[in-house]
Design a protein around this ligand. Structure first.
Ligand SMILES: CCCCCCCCCCCCC/C=C/C(=O)SCCNC(=O)CCNC(=O)[C@H](O)C(C)(C)COP(=O)(O)OP(=O)(O)OC[C@H]1O[C@@H](n2cnc3c(N)ncnc32)[C@H](O)[C@@H]1OP(=O)(O)O
Length: 240
């Protein structure tokens, strides 16, 4: 389950409950609905803060759902591919959101859950618990095209990409900072959310034009934007 609240100019998207926040069609649909609502209500000064309750930020796609719903004729693989395609627009929605975005990684972020976290402009993570982990190599799954492109776009270091995607490295917050995956590590979940909220408020105070902000963001990742269905040319509605 996830909720959207507004505190001042900050939209707070919470992956609620103490489950694994597995990304299945229901949670993906709710995420998209809340992101659409934040977009519709955005003004100069808006910012998004995404956080989670419990031990997990998100443990990735819901493989149990894929198995349970596959039924005798279909295959779990087809259901997994269905989630891959349903999640593609979530990355697009975050790339296109007309406001700065901040993720407070308050628990484990695995596979699609790690992509969800890193789809934010700024990523803060607790150092005491929780890892970032691309488990696909360990569980025998290839990467969707937009996942591979995502990591090439978002992670500068070839060694970091190799360690995360080919070595299945379980990355703690301090290492994630050193590898250029995230921005900062914080003592515990509460301090991570506190720091993330302060950053969101600080960014909001710049009162940027949201459309210009999102166009500049997309211009940084043209290949990724193309793969998730966005026009990544960065054409702005410039006043010039
Ligand atoms: C050629 C054909 C191929 C087929 C191709 C088919 C293609 C079809 C499409 C493919 C799509 C691919 C894309 C898929 C995306 C997905 O999302 S698939 C779903 C992926 N999800 C997963 O695989 C789940 C991965 N998660 C896990 O493995 C675990 O949940 C976890 C994240 C590793 C957490 O495990 P858990 O045991 O629950 O962890 P903890 O108990 O919390 O911690 C383990 C120990 O580590 C200690 N610890 C944790 N954090 C920290 C820290 N920050 N610092 C120090 N120590 C930490 C913790 O204390 C534990 O220690 P012990 O207590 O001593 O055990």
């Amino acid at each position: 389950m996830c909720t959207l609240q507004k505190r001042g100019n900050i939209f707070i998207l919470t992956l609620a409950g103490d489950d694994q926040h597995r990304l299945n069609p229901t949670l993906i649909s709710t995420l998209r609905s809340h992101l659409s609502q934040a977009k519709a209500q955005s003004t100069r000064g808006s910012a998004l803060l995404t956080l989670a309750q419990g031990k997990f930020f998100s443990n990735g796609f819901d493989l149990d759902w894929a198995e349970k719903t596959a039924g005798p004729s279909g295959s779990a693989r087809d259901k997994l591919l269905e989630m891959v395609e349903l999640f593609r627009p979530v990355v697009a929605d975050l790339m296109d959101l007309p406001m700065p975005t901040v993720a407070a990684v308050t628990g484990h972020a695995a596979a699609a859950g790690m992509v969800l976290a890193l789809s934010h402009d700024h990523v803060l993570m607790r150092r005491d618990r929780g890892i970032m982990y691309m488990s696909e190599v360990d569980i025998g799954l290839t990467l969707p095209d937009y996942f591979s492109t995502f990591f090439r776009a978002k992670v500068a270091s070839p060694a970091a990409r190799r360690n995360v995607l080919l070595n299945g490295m379980k990355v703690k917050a301090e290492d994630a900072v050193a590898m250029g995956l995230i921005d900062s590590a914080h003592d515990d979940g509460e301090k991570t959310v506190e720091a993330a909220m302060q950053l969101a408020e600080k960014l909001g105070k710049r009162k940027w034009d949201g459309v210009v902000y999102s166009e500049i963001r997309k211009s940084l990742y043209p290949e990724l934007c193309g793969l998730v269905g966005l026009d990544g040319t960065g054409t702005t509605t410039s006043r010039l």
